[in-house]
Structures are given as C-alpha cells and as structure tokens.
Write a protein that binds this ligand. Structure first.
Ligand SMILES: Cc1ncc(COP(=O)(O)O)c(C=O)c1O
Length: 476
C-alpha cells in the first residue's frame, strides 16, 4: 500500500512534504511508544538469534520496501530488541536515559541539518554553540581568554587536549609540529594518567605518533585516586632517565568507580615540572550542577577539561565539549579553505567554528544542551543529578552493612562497584542470570576479583527499586 511518503524525496516548504514529515515522525513516535509496555531493559534475545534475525532482513533491496514495508519491519523486528536506556533495570555503563526535551532537539537538529563548520551553514547554530560554550566556561570557573569546542565524545575531547598541549609544549621548545611534523625527541615525551584512566589516552598516544609507551599509568590509592606522592616520584625518575614529561591527565570521575583525582596536588606537580594538566571530567562534570559541586570545584585548576553531556547530563549521544583555559591553544586546529572560512569574512565578524575543531562537518549537538539548560535551569538539573548521587550513596549504605556483599570503594559520583561474597563465578553467573530477566548491570575487575557495578544515572530510580534489586541479587 502506498504510504504518501514514498514518492517524496527531501523536506521542502510544500504542503505534501510537510505532511510527509508529520506522518513519518508521528508513526515513528507511535512505534516507540507502543514498545514501552513494560520496564524491561532488553528482550533477552541472545546474540546468535538476534544476528540470525537481522541477517534475514534486507539492507539495500533492489526495489525498496517503501515507508510502510520498512516501518513494519522496524516495528516488528528491530524495536522490540532495542536496548531501553530509560529502564530502571539498566545500569551497566555510563549510558543514560535521555531528557524528553532533547529527543525533540534531535528532531530539530536532523530537520535543519545545520553544520557547525562555517557560519553560513548554521548561523543560529553557530551563535548558540558560542553562547553555550561561554556558559560552560563560566560554570566551570574559567576566566578571560578561555574557549572551547563541542566534540563527538569524551575520547575526542581527551585526544584534542593531548594534541593542543603537545603542540604548545613543543612550540615553547622551538618546534612547530603543525608545520614541520614530529621532532626527533618525540619518543621521549611522556603523559601521566591514572592507572584506571580511560583508554582514550592510549588511543590518543597512538594517533599522535607518541605510542602507548608514552602513557605512564600512575598507581592509585585505596580510594582509586592517583597517588600523588608516587606520581611525583615517577615523574622525577623519568626526567632523570631523559624522558620529557609534558602533560598530566587527571580523571574527575573514573569510568568504573567515579573516583576523582586530587586536582590541587596534581596542579602543583604540573607547575613544578612545567607540564600541562588536563582534567578528564567526561563522567564527573555533571556533578558541578549538583549539591555536591565541591567534589569537582577544582576543575578550573586544569588547563583543559573534558565535559561529556551524554553521561550525567542525560543528553542523547553524542554531545561532549573540550574547554581550554588558554583558548589560543585551539589554534592547533586552525586552517583556512577558500570555499569555507575566508579570512575576510572572519575579519567582518562571521564566526567559523571549524577553526577550533578536529572535525569539519559537525552536528549541532549544542542545541540539546541549550534546550535542556534553558528548560530545566540550574535548579532542575540540581535535583536530577542529586538524585543519581543520592541513589549511589543509598545503595552503598545498604550493601556495606550486608554480610552477603563487599563494596570496596565509597562512591563519589553515581557508580558503585561491589561483589557478592562467594567468588568470581557467583558474580559472573549473577550478571548473566539478571540479563536474561531483562536486568542489565555492569561487571568489572577490582584487585583481580570479578566485581559487579551499578551505574545509577537514571533519576527515575527509587530506593524501592534499589531494595528490590538487592533482594534479587542476594538470591542468585
Ligand atoms: C572517564 C571517561 N573518559 C572518557 C570517556 C570516553 O568518552 P566517550 O565514550 O564519549 O568517547 C569515558 C567513557 O565512558 C569515560 O568514562
């Protein structure tokens, strides 16, 4: 049956096109809403059956399925097996449910399809991103001269920080990496990170031509924070051995534990040894809007900060920013193309954001943050993020007084790593058994022991849900 959409190509101001858009959006919304009959996170289908189902469906048929045919299959075959991030039974990763208004933002982003590289591809989008970045600089305590850019995620923010700090560091030594390429001393450069930092620093070291060996993993203390005394000793030993320490990357919210490195101590070490200090606050940055903002109030001490909005801020993937205390460091990404960002336009006040980013064509992700910030305000966000952090404290309190569990690290953010007593297999089996019931929790390793993990990003999660989950896990 013809859908009324099939013979329409792109959005335009014509009546038929507008109706086609309304139909497509309404039917998709209907399909999503009608899949939400229960709170299960996942259908429970195993990878073999799911792969076989998806393999049986065409990807690019000779004659298209048309809107109705395609949507019937999306409704029947795909949507039932989508992971439902909104489920209160979903807590394995830093992967959040999303604020309702930001789903509407995604529609606006797709419909207008702005690109952030040049002003003429997104005039309002450019001006809004600039405003959002300015607000973020102020929220995190950066002053005059600071700047920032949206990125595709925490990994890109971290790698961008490594690039700009490496270039500026070498520039001060007289090397113009941007023009001349890598100097011979490159394999002596060292970056220092927590032993439990995110692997994007290793990835970055590879991409930058420094190699994994350039990333020195610092030991952590019992709270899973960098041991700053040992850190300084290691840096000094490396210097004595002829290496060139150029950057420390602190983590404000480690992926598993949510632990926050001591930025004040690390700032002192960085200053003493002429190094840059980056703060990977991909996870912990959200805490700045909570009642517990003192836990991350030292972020402004860092030379750059990674902020992920697709974690505690509950914004749809992807949305991240890199904030830089000395905004001129972003010039590392500046290039001019006659067709794109003409110098004379920029002199006349047209802002072309391409000059601050690793990317060229770039999504208007700042809109999602802008809409959520405006709608909720500081007050609304505080309540949401407080709820996540309070839930983590509640869960930790419950299990640390229960002889059936161990919980080695007190949470600073919204994640709790714990284990059932009884060994690795009991914990592995518990996670698999829960998955088959549609309850998805995390699993990691702490001191060679298999541990379970709750990442409590869903503000709809109540103490009752937590009590029920504890009871269920105990019984496994
Ligand atoms: C501490 C930390 N940094 C960086 C990242 C990478 O962020 P993204 O997945 O957005 O690239 C993560 C991801 O979980 C993270 O936990």
């Amino acid at each position: 049956m013809r859908s009324g959409i099939d013979d329409i190509t792109v959005l335009s101001s014509g009546e038929r096109e507008k109706q086609a858009l309304a139909k497509a959006v309404n039917e998709m919304l209907e399909a999503i809403l009608s899949s939400m009959e229960d709170d299960r996170a996942y259908s429970g289908i195993d990878p073999v059956r799911l792969r076989s189902l998806i393999s049986s469906l065409p990807v690019l048929p000779g004659k298209g399925d048309g809107w109705n045919g395609m949507m019937d299959s999306i409704r029947k075959d795909i949507i039932p097996h989508m992971l439902r991030t909104w489920s209160t039974s979903y807590m394995p990763h830093l992967h959040s449910p999303v604020l309702i208004e930001t789903i509407a933002s995604e529609l606006m982003i797709a419909a207008f399809n702005s690109s952030m590289d040049s002003w003429d591809q997104g005039p309002a989008a450019t001006e809004i991103e600039v405003r959002v970045v300015d607000e973020l600089l102020s929220i995190f305590g950066y002053g005059e001269g600071a700047d920032g850019t949206f990125t595709s995620g925490g990994s890109q923010s971290n790698i961008s920080a490594m690039i700009i700090h490496r270039d500026r560091f070498l520039d001060k030594l007289g090397y113009d990496v941007k023009k001349e390429g890598l100097p011979p001393l490159l394999n002596k450069l060292r970056i220092y990170v927590s032993g439990i930092s995110h692997f994007s620093f290793d990835k970055g070291a590879h991409i930058l031509g420094l190699g994994y060996n350039a990333v020195v993993k610092l030991p952590v203390d019992e709270f899973c924070r960098i041991n700053t005394e040992k850190a300084e000793r290691i840096i000094m030993e490396d210097k004595a051995d002829g290496f060139i320490p150029f950057m420390i990357a602190a983590t404000a919210g480690t992926t598993d534990f949510g632990s926050i490195d001591d930025l004040e101590a690390l700032r002192k070490i960085a200053d003493k040894h002429g190094m840059y200090l980056h703060a990977d606050a991909a996870y912990g940055s959200g805490a700045i809007l909570s009642s517990y903002s003192d836990r991350v109030s030292s972020l402004h001490l860092a030379d750059s900060i990674t902020v992920d909005f697709h974690k505690m801020f509950l914004i749809p993937i992807s949305a991240s920013a890199l904030l830089v205390k000395d905004g001129s460091e972003l010039e590392a990404f500046q290039l001019h193309a006659d067709y794109l960002n003409r110098k004379e336009d920029e002199e006349d006040g047209y802002i072309n954001l391409v000059g601050k980013s690793m990317q060229t064509t770039r999504r208007f992700d700042a809109l999602k943050v802008y809409m959520a910030f405006r709608m909720r305000g500081r007050d609304g966000y505080r309540k949401i993020i407080d709820r996540m952090m309070d839930n983590a404290s509640y869960f930790y309190r419950c299990i640390s007084s229960d002889s059936e569990f161990i919980a080695p690290v007190k949470p600073e953010l919204s994640s709790v790593v714990f284990a059932l007593c009884g060994g690795d297999d009991r914990n592995r089996n518990a996670r698999r058994a829960l998955m088959q019931e549609g309850i998805i929790i995390g699993q990691t390793v702490y001191k060679d022991q298999v541990m379970l993990k709750f990442t409590l990003l869903n503000p709809a999660l109540s103490h009752d849900h937590i009590d029920t989950l504890i009871k269920r896990i105990r019984s496994l």
